[in-house]
Design a protein around this ligand. Sequence first.
Ligand code: ATP
Length: 226
Amino acid sequence: MLEFRQVRKAYATPQGPLPVLRGVDMSLGRGESLALMGESGSGKSTLLHLAAGLDLPDDGEVRLAGQAISSLGEPARARLRRDTLGLVFQQFHLVPSLNVADNLRLQARLAGRERPDWSTYLLQRLGLAGLETRYPEQLSGGQQQRLAIGRALAPRPSLLLADEPTGNLDETTADAVLALLRELVSEADSALLVVTHSPRVAAPLDRCLRLTHGRLGPATLTEPAK
Ligand SMILES: Nc1ncnc2c1ncn2[C@@H]1O[C@H](COP(=O)(O)OP(=O)(O)OP(=O)(O)O)[C@@H](O)[C@H]1O
């Protein structure tokens, strides 16, 4: 579903190139879940952007749904994103002028894959049933986060990329939302890649990897000392 082969990425800075990824290898198959951990600034968002084809590697190869993203132009990459991916970013990017029901259906409509029964099911499971005609500003932060998750899952993407998907929730709500997210992803037979700082979020996933000095290695899931 997603494959990185010896991926390198550096940013140009006034002090010269800043290498962030220095030969990253990984693969994620359909139905698998993976937590990506690492310190602030270690390159997790960079990796996520490359996985989504929002940026291109300097060297090496990123393959999404069997296609080498560097071989595609931006319109083809946008189509591949639309047809393959669900994205949940830290900012929810809900459309303020659309109500809950229309926000939830938006991605699925754009992808031409709207399934009303699945949308209704998602609204129920995410605790948003009854709120369909509200607008995002009339929702709590947790409800907005659940709506963003529902919108990403509505087209039944092959791969869901999530950046701290429960970052704004208290621990109990976060546990519940995460369990639900994993369940819904598995019902849609999607792959799941979650960027997180939290061992609590990472632990239930199939695999956990940590980015250190530009490379991926196994993550140890001990809670940081307080
Ligand atoms: N466009 C850019 N130009 C220059 N440097 C950048 C750019 N984007 C990111 N960086 C630098 O690259 C490194 C990796 O950034 P990235 O955002 O991928 O880290 P991260 O692991 O996601 O961090 P966080 O956990 O704080 O979100 C950081 O040192 C950052 O300052």
